[in-house]
Design a protein around this ligand. Structure first.
Ligand SMILES: [Zn+2]
Length: 212
């Protein structure tokens, strides 16, 4: 595959300066080697180095930024507190950028950190339970107590089966945050007990839905 031309250093510097060396999503202020330039419209889709198409993000927020131009504004407006990402920043610093990218993999994993999972919303950069957050516990309990298939349960709550699996294994509901393969204690409110969570993980394993 031909290597895409990278954004000229000069352009990068201009954007970093314009954005005051601050990640436009989480507010992290860093050195230029901790920050990255995001193309709102990806180069792959014909996006260019026009300054309107460029924005400064920290590597974490950059990594989990959406590919689609139309999704970016929502992503950016969903502000998070850069402090909650600091533990990850520290541990990631020791890893080379290349390894980091390979390890993380662009996936929904980052949603646990950079987007609010179902049952939470981001308000004043904090993850807080929505008024429907009680349903999270309901879903976990339904899955545990009822002899209902994952498909039926997903239907009941209006999720895809995959979406439901992600909810049932999401440690955010325990008050933790996960990034890459590491889990840290978050500062947000847990929505379910670790006992309930563990029982659900056991059942998932027994059903062969989750690898032990
Ligand atoms: Zn950031």
């Amino acid at each position: 595959m031909p290597k895409r031309p990278s954004t000229p250093q000069k352009t990068k510097s201009k954007i970093f300066n314009r954005d005051n060396f601050t990640c436009q999503k989480c507010g992290y202020k860093g050195m230029s080697d901790e920050l990255e330039i995001h193309h709102i419209k990806m180069r792959l889709d014909g996006g260019d180095d026009n300054h309107n198409n460029l924005v400064t993000l920290c590597f974490i927020c950059h990594y989990f930024s959406p590919d689609e131009e139309k999704d970016f504004e929502g992503y950016l407006n969903e502000k998070i507190d850069g402090v909650i990402l600091d533990t990850f920043r520290k541990s990631a610093k020791s890893i080379s950028k290349r390894t980091k990218k390979g390890m993380i993999g662009k996936s929904e994993k980052g949603n646990h950190v950079t987007r609010a999972p179902w049952g939470y919303k981001l308000e004043n950069k904090k993850l807080i339970p929505t008024e429907h957050s009680y349903q999270v516990q309901e879903v976990f309990q339904d899955f545990l107590n009822q002899k209902v298939s994952l498909t039926k349960l997903a239907k009941k709550y209006g999720f895809s089966v995959n979406g439901l699996k992600k909810i049932l294994t999401n440690q955010t509901y325990l008050g933790k945050i996960k990034f890459d393969k590491q889990t840290h204690q978050g500062s947000h409110q847990a929505l379910i007990s670790s006992t309930l969570f563990n029982h659900v993980q056991n059942k998932l394993e027994k059903l062969g839905i989750k690898k032990g």
